[in-house]
Design a protein. Structure first.
Lengths: 110, 115
């Protein structure tokens, strides 16, 4: 069964304290791995798509990387406005739907 | 341009009532998805449309759930005889085409509370 697991469930950091969020996946055939950000009361906001092991993408303080079994979202020198839930999702071969992990709730304290 | 919009944003229903949730996708987007998100969890797939054709409804939890997209644009998710376990946020997403790399853009969701 296709499965996506994110860790940790919650993470609290001080402003400027860099860290990484993990997304591990077990799927029959990966067609893409997606990272979204979700603020309270809002829908998920697209961040990155990764397709193959070794691929990396960056946007401001965020960098996403992909291996054959997991993806990392690295946050460098975070600010309070980076506080949100970060969702990882995969699209598998033969399907259009996304399979999501449960998310990591990130809090950045000033 | 305008993003995905959903209405109503909040809906309170008494157990046993029928509800209808509306999704307006981004103009020109071929693919439309419905997801259900329980509190503290990631979204779970319900159903997928390509234009007006419902190609995947494997995530619909019961025959009380019904979705349609008759003209290939606006979609409605209908839940009949609502139950307390139906309480959740219902998210709609659309994407431009049907290829594996197409990004799904999400609406703000409809929060359904069944009393």
């Amino acid at each position: 069964e296709d499965q996506v697991t994110q860790s940790p469930e919650a993470l609290r950091l001080q402003e400027g304290e860099s860290s990484s969020l993990n997304c591990s996946y077990t799927v029959s055939g990966l067609r893409g791995l997606f990272w979204y950000r979700q603020d309270p009361g809002k829908g998920p906001e697209f961040l990155f798509t990764l397709y193959s092991a070794g691929e990396e993408k960056e946007k401001e303080r965020l960098k996403a990387t992909l291996t054959k079994k997991e993806s990392f979202l690295h946050i460098t020198a975070p600010k309070p406005e980076d506080s949100a839930t970060y969702l990882c999702a995969v699209r598998i071969q033969g399907a259009q739907k996304l399979v999501f992990g449960q998310g990591t709730r990130l809090t950045i304290n000033p | 341009g305008a993003g995905v919009s959903q209405s109503p944003r909040y809906k309170v229903a008494k157990r046993g009532q029928d509800v209808a949730l509306r999704c307006d996708p981004i103009s020109g987007h071929v693919s439309l998805f419905w997801y259900q998100q329980a509190l503290g969890q990631g979204p779970e797939f319900l159903t997928y449309f390509q234009n007006e054709a419902q190609l995947d409804k494997s995530g619909l939890p019961s025959d009380r759930f019904f979705a349609e997209r008759p003209e290939g644009s606006v979609s409605t998710l209908k839940i009949q005889r609502t139950q307390q376990e139906d309480s959740a946020v219902y998210l709609c997403a659309s994407s431009l085409g049907t290829s594996g790399g197409d990004t799904q853009y999400f609406g703000p969701g409809t929060r359904l509370t069944v009393l």
